[in-house]
Design a protein around this ligand. Sequence first.
Ligand code: COA
Length: 261
Amino acid sequence: MSQSYETVLLDRRDRVAVIMINRPEKRNALNIQTRAEGAAILDELRADDSVRVVIITGAGDKAFIAGADIAEFADRTAISQREIMLERGLFNAVDTFPKPIIAMVNGYCLGGGCEVALACDIRVASETASFGQPEINLGIIPGGGGTQRLPRLVGEGKAMEMILTGEIIDAQTAFNLGLVNHVVPADQLEIKTMEIANRIAEKSPIALRLAKEAIKLAARSNLDEGLRREVDLFALCFSSADKEEGVKAFLEKRKPEFKGK
Ligand code: COA
């Protein structure tokens, strides 16, 4: 049974859960409540074994997420802003989410919205989506991981240009930079994203979790340490019933039925 949330919708589609940021009249800008509810939903889904893959998207056809709610910045002091951002918030909840999480980007993906997408594992965009880190125009800088995750994904030079100019780029340019995995016509966005999600949802949840952990280490450790941890995580797969099932199914020439055990 799901808790109720005011600014975020949750739609369960078999093994895939779709989280929709639901403030279309504010272009799905993230206020304190939205960030807290998004993080709470992720905690709920983290503990739910029936959910294998999560998709994050924005309500309406204009925005994925147009960034932090700028109205909340007006009266904020440096100390209170710092405290809010150091709390375990949405960016951290997405980044540390153990199951595969896909950003389905249906429009403006700006500032904190781009940072949510960057914290996801895979990004699928509609042709009408646009991306940017326009914080510089407000006299501030990205604070939800943009200065760290963007250069890791697209390289320092391109990240510098996006963050220093605040320029908004279209989906095709984002694809060319490696910022998004796929660009599809708007009416194909959900189909393409669900296709990827369903394909992943068939795999062993244990192997998915360990694969994510290993891949995330690539940007956070040196090569020797990463390779060493990869071997440990690889070996850990051998303790699962899913590994027995996967190997047995291959040898019996049938499709595996992974239980997440
Ligand atoms: N924070 C707070 N409110 C926002 C917002 C944000 N990040 N982005 C949009 N909104 C609000 C607008 O203030 C407006 O509210 P109103 O109807 O009460 O006046 C409403 O959403 C619609 O926005 P509008 O600008 O009229 O829509 P648009 O489709 O013409 O333009 C954007 C959309 C996203 C290009 C534009 O709203 C924008 O530049 N937003 C700010 C993006 C940004 O700087 N993000 C980084 C924040 S750190």
